[in-house]
Design a protein around this ligand. Structure first.
Ligand SMILES: [Zn+2]
Length: 480
């Protein structure tokens, strides 16, 4: 490679508070335009902001999980610019003194590597200009202020990434952590998580960075990778042709598969930052940081490693089960109650996730308690029901909320472990399938499976498989 890309990311993550950062308006997504607004988030004269305590705690939590140093004193600042979706004419953000500094995140694309963070700061979101969807959209733009004042954190990395794949992986790992912590819902389509990338290229071996372009609002991992690949190639082509890369802000057009110029890139001084006079400095003492730290669950990576070590689960299972803390908690409770972690993993990853998925539900909606699922596993482990019957029992438990034991008892689903009952079925099958029996005796072993299937069918799926095998072998051998 003649050129080396240099990439830094700025990620905006919406904090999952119920209300906005400086007022009591709802942050719920999807309400009719301008129904979640008040004088504060509309920027009306005389309205004063009051900082949302929960938003600060979420921001601290994210900062801690990313290994940042939370600052004892940080300062909100006005970032001044004029835009129709910004009713005050400035955005309340943090500038010279952000909430948290440093930190980093490990990625593995192309070898283990740590991506350092510069800072994590808090700010409010702007409203949203609506350019389409109205009968007069060809002549007018409407604006919806429901999003105005929604709390965000901005996470800024050092220019540590050297490929589009590294940037995409970083973004994906970061999303997993924020979702895991419960501070962000990870919903990129609704704009709860947005990524801007600063990209430049330089001749391999050169120390100084090339001129960077900013690619804005790339809203999926795949697009991060594609947008960056496109932008890297574009800049290399310019340099190869003897041209100069222009410092500017570019937008990714996913339909066209290219970036295009939006505007010249602003410098920080263009925003005339100054400390927000309506808010005191934000003081976060050590006790508060500790209080937040105590609410934090084990991070996904650590939990994944523990699942492999402590439960003896395959890497794959551990990865699936640690996709969310709720799912991981659920699994651990099932495993503890059932005393069988591999079976717990199989049932949670199998029937449970499949059923939730089929019904468009998540683990948060699961109607089955971990203890109830453990009860089902215990019945299988005791040999009381077969695993195929267990799947039916599972479906009934899921829908009715009854326990596995009740369902098995009431519906007579218990496995037939009684030799005389099974023996008559075995003899009946042997009598009715003379051809298959003859083939088996002639050495065609595969026929045995067919005969087992017939016996299981004859028992309504309730025959104890081990006993069925034994009896069938015995009977076939005896009468040959
Ligand atoms: Zn409001």
């Amino acid at each position: 490679m003649k050129y080396e890309p240099v990439i830094g990311l700025e990620i905006h993550a919406q904090l999952r508070t119920r209300t906005k950062i400086f007022c009591g308006c709802s942050t719920a997504f999807g309400a009719a335009p301008n129904t979640q607004v008040c004088p504060v988030c509309l920027g009306l004269p005389g309205a004063l902001p009051v900082l949302n305590r929960q938003a600060v705690d979420y921001a601290i939590k994210a900062a801690l999980a990313l290994g940042c140093q939370v600052q004892q004193e940080s300062v909100f600042a006005r970032k001044n610019y004029f835009y129709p979706d910004l009713p005050k004419g400035y955005q309340i953000s943090q500038y010279e003194r952000p909430l948290a500094l440093h930190g980093g995140l490990d990625i593995t694309a192309g070898g283990a590597k740590r991506i350092s963070l510069t800072r994590v700061h808090m700010e409010e979101d702007a409203g949203k200009s609506l350019h389409e969807g109205f009968p007069d959209s060809d002549r007018r733009t409407y604006v919806d202020f429901n999003r105005s004042g929604v709390p965000l954190i901005e996470i800024v990395t050092e220019p540590d990434m050297r490929s589009a794949a590294e940037a995409a992986e970083f973004f994906s790992c970061l999303r997993d952590i924020l979702v895991w912590l419960g501070v962000n819902d990870g919903n990129m389509e609704e704009g709860s998580l947005r990524c801007d990338a600063n990209v430049s290229v330089r001749p391999a071996g050169q120390r100084e960075f090339g001129t960077k372009a900013e690619v804005k609002n790339v809203n999926s991992f795949r697009y991060v990778q594609k947008a960056l690949e496109y932008e890297i190639d574009r800049q290399i082509d310019i340099l190869e042709g003897g041209g100069r890369v222009v410092q500017e802000t570019r937008l990714w057009d996913s339909a066209a598969g290219r970036t295009f110029s939006m505007r010249g890139k602003e410098e920080a001084h263009d925003y005339r930052y100054f400390p927000e006079p309506d808010l005191p400095p934000l003081i976060v003492d050590a006790a508060r940081v500790e209080t937040v730290r105590l609410t934090m669950t084990e991070l996904p990576e650590a939990r994944r490693r523990r699942f492999v070590a402590a439960y003896g689960l395959p890497e794959y299972d551990a990865g699936v089960l640690t996709q969310s803390s709720a799912l991981a908690d659920y699994f651990e409770q099932v495993a503890a109650a059932a005393g069988n972690s591999k079976a717990a993993s199989n049932w949670v990853m199998g029937e449970l996730l499949r059923t939730l998925n089929d019904r468009g539900k998540t683990i948060d909606d699961v109607p089955l308690t971990p203890r109830a699922l453990a009860g089902l596993i215990a019945l299988i482990d005791k040999g009381a029901i077969s695993s195929s019957i267990a799947k039916d029992v599972f479906a009934k438990m899921y829908d009715s909320g009854r326990t596995a034991e009740d369902i098995v008892a009431e519906e007579g689903l218990a496995q037939i472990g009684d030799e005389s009952a099974l023996l008559s079925i075995v003899r009946d099958v042997i009598g009715r399938h003379a051809d298959a029996v003859a083939q088996y005796r002639a050495g065609k072993a595969a026929t045995f499976g067919f005969l087992v299937g017939q016996v299981m069918k004859g028992s309504g799926g309730k025959g104890n498989p081990k006993l069925v095998n034994q009896l069938l072998t015995r009977e076939l051998d005896r009468s040959s």
